[in-house]
Every structure is written in C-alpha cells, then in structure tokens.
Design a protein around this ligand. Structure first.
Ligand code: NAD
Ligand code: ZN
Length: 360
C-alpha cells in the first residue's frame, strides 16, 4: 500500500479586511520590473472601487476582468495565456485570481499553462502537468467550492469536462477575507454554499473515506448545518463560517473524492451549460436512494431559504443528448467508485442514469 502525497496551500491569510494586505504580500514576490502581476478579476467587480482601488498596480501590472457567467473553458485559458505572454516583456511574476470558483480555476489553469507547452486540454486529467506553475494567489469572493484549497482546476474542453489535477495546481498563497463575500446574491449564496455541503456528504459517505478526510468533512458539515439550518448567526459570523466550511470541505475531498451528484452535474454542465452550484442542487434533490440522510437535510435547507430549483431541464432532450450527458457522467470513474465501491458498474448503467436525468 502506498499512500498519496498531496500538496497543501503553503500560505494563507484569514481575516476580515485582510484583502488590504495583498500589496505587501505581492511586493516580496516581484521578479523584476518587466515581470508583471496579472490580476484576473470577476467582472462583477468592474467599476467597483472598493476592490480595484485597493490593488496598487506598478510597472506593467494588469487587471483583466473576466465574466463568470459561464464556467471556464480550455479555449478561454489558452487565449488568456496567449494574451498574457504576448503583452508581457518577461514571464509574469504571478497570477492573482479574485472571484468565485470560476475565477480561481482560471487563475490556477493560466499559471500552469504559462510554464507548460501546448493547450489546456492536454492537461485535463490526473497528474499530466510537467513543470511547476508560476506563482499564483487565490482570493475567493464567494464561499463553497473549495477551489481555493483544492489541487484541481475544473475546465470544460472540446471533449470533456475534467479538471487539471496536479501537484502544481494548488495556490501558493490564499487570502480569506469574508468581507469580500458580503454582497453575494442570496440564491447564488445558497447554490455555492450547497456545493460545500454536497462535498461533505459525498466525501463522508464514500468508500475512499479515511480519518484525514473524515475529520475535515465533519467540521465542514457541522458548519453547514449551523449556517443553513440555525437562526442565531450574525451576518459576519455566517460569512466567516461559510468561508471555513468551504476550506474544510475542500480539504476533505483532497484526500477522498466526490460522488454521484458531481458526476451527474458534470453531465448537465457539459451539455446544457448548467453551472456547478445550481447543477449540483438540481441533481442532489433526486438522489435520496444514494444519500438518504443528506438529501433529507438538503430539502430542509432548501425550504428554510425559499429556494425554488428549476424543474424539467431535461424534459425535451433527445436520446443523443441524453447519451452525451450520460457518457460524461460515466467517464468520471473515480467518483462512482468512491460513491458505490469497486463494483459500481453493476448498478450504474446507462438506463439507470437516463431514468435519473429524466426526473430533473
Ligand atoms: P462562480 O465563480 O461561477 O460565480 C457565481 C456568480 O456569483 C457569478 O455570477 C459571479 O459573478 C458572482 N459573484 C462572485 N462573487 C461575488 C460577490 N462577492 N458579490 C456578488 N456576486 C459575486 O461561482 P462558484 O460557485 O464559486 O464557482 C463555480 C465554479 O467553480 C465552476 O466552474 C466549478 O467547476 C468550479 N469548481 C471548482 C472546484 C475546484 O476544486 N477547483 C470545486 C468546485 C467547483
Ligand atoms: Zn463541487
């Protein structure tokens, strides 16, 4: 038996207002005046001086605003990398991602592709990256995905939706400032928060579970219950707790794996462009047979926060479309094996998945 040797984020700042420390952190990492810092920022913050005025740009440093309306694509990573290389006199000093999972994943992927030849799609999979990425910093502005701590960056490519899972993927530095999450709209808060909750359920009930994952998962699950089911949390406390739940939930899956909801939600996302948070919720709502306790609690959370999930999103799909979704979902073998054990193929057939998708 050989145990996996996973990297972790080596540096993290936690605290309300800690975003102000970004400039001093970066000053120590500048390689030369010709090696810029590139800030990839969710365009929801465009024209928002509260964020941009606190970033001090020097020399050739650049802010690139990116929309998070769609999930990151490999082609988008490739064009960002090309643009950055063409416009920088020297290899950049670092990439700073500011936003939700979409921006964090883009920042990770761009930092990898700057030092690795070829296209982002070449590295979708497990441990295909050869060279260390350039210095990269993650600053979440919404909590739940765990992308700030994970060793993957999830990308939709020409053939598949799959992460670049590698030892070079995790951030070199993370800044956790819960104040940045204060204006997240309620629905989005719920969907991305439920991503964390679902990470916990899938990790804690999975066959890959071990004490490392379990202890992080337990912590994150308790926090989620407190945040989404109790009444006595103040806003700031709830924001800080969800930020840490996201972190611990992410830590839990680093050493285990996600499960059925994620596999099926990747299918929805690939075919219909359904975003990760809401897609997970749509799927998880129908997974009582796999996660009875988890789904029961999920429905309570949904009711408490008056969330109405879209219905019938698969109602008018053709057989070809169902097959595309099913193939994407079935391709994620480690997720199924984690959820159901080595013999998962005996119960999870194409027909079974079709009947599940038809309910959604
Ligand atoms: P997101 O980044 O897609 O953002 C969701 C919405 O919230 C966007 O409209 C965005 O503009 C808005 N938003 C973000 N911060 C805001 C703020 N402070 N105020 C107002 N609006 C704000 O959302 P997400 O759920 O964090 O990320 C989803 C992505 O993360 C997917 O692409 C998914 O594949 C990826 N993901 C990655 C991992 C990983 O380990 N790498 C894990 C889970 C999910
Ligand atoms: Zn997730």
């Amino acid at each position: 038996m050989s145990y996996k040797n996973f990297p972790m984020v080596p540096r993290v700042i936690f605290g309300r207002g800690s975003f102000n420390q970004l400039n001093e952190v970066l000053a120590l990492k500048r390689l030369s005046i010709n090696a810029p810092f590139i800030f990839l920022i969710d365009d929801v913050f465009k024209g928002n001086p509260w964020i941009t005025s606190r970033i001090s740009l020097s020399y050739d440093d650049r802010i690139i605003f990116v929309s998070a309306k769609e999930e990151p694509k490999t082609s988008q990573v490739d064009s960002l990398v090309e643009d950055i290389i063409l416009k920088s006199k020297e290899r950049p000093s670092g990439i700073i991602g500011i936003g939700g999972g979409t921006l964090l994943d883009l920042a990770k992927a761009v930092s990898i592709l700057i030092t690795n030849d070829g296209e982002a799609a070449d590295y979708q999979g497990w441990d295909l990256v050869k060279n260390p990425a350039i210095y990269h910093v993650g600053i979440p502005t919404i909590s739940g995905t765990g992308a700030e701590v994970s060793r993957t960056t999830v990308l939709t490519g020409p053939e598949k939706k799959l992460g670049i899972n590698s030892d070079f993927t995790p951030f070199d530095q993370v800044i956790l400032d819960s104040e940045l999450t204060k204006d997240v709209p309620k629905e989005q808060w719920f969907y991305t928060g439920m991503d964390c909750y679902i990470h916990c359920i899938e990790s804690l009930t999975g066959t890959y579970l071990n004490t490392f994952s379990e202890t992080y998962g337990d912590m994150a699950l308790d926090l989620c219950k407190e945040i989404f089911l109790e009444n006595n949390l103040k806003d700031i406390e709830a924001q800080e707790k969800l930020m840490m739940a996201s972190w611990h939930g992410g830590m839990s899956i680093v050493y285990s794996q996600v499960g059925v909801a994620h596999a099926m939600s990747y299918g929805l996302s690939y075919l219909l462009g359904t975003k990760h948070g809401i897609g997970n919720c749509i799927v998880f709502d129908h997974l009582e047979e796999f996660y009875p306790e988890g789904v029961k609690l999920f429905k309570q959370m949904k009711a408490k926060h008056n969330i109405n999930l879209p219905q019938g999103i698969c109602a008018n799909l053709t057989d070809t479309e169902f097959n595309i979704m099913i193939d994407v979902a079935l391709g994620l073998e480690p997720l199924w094996e984690n959820a159901l054990g080595k013999n998962w193929k005996k119960t999870i057939t194409k027909e079974k998945l079709k009947s599940l998708y038809q309910k959604m």
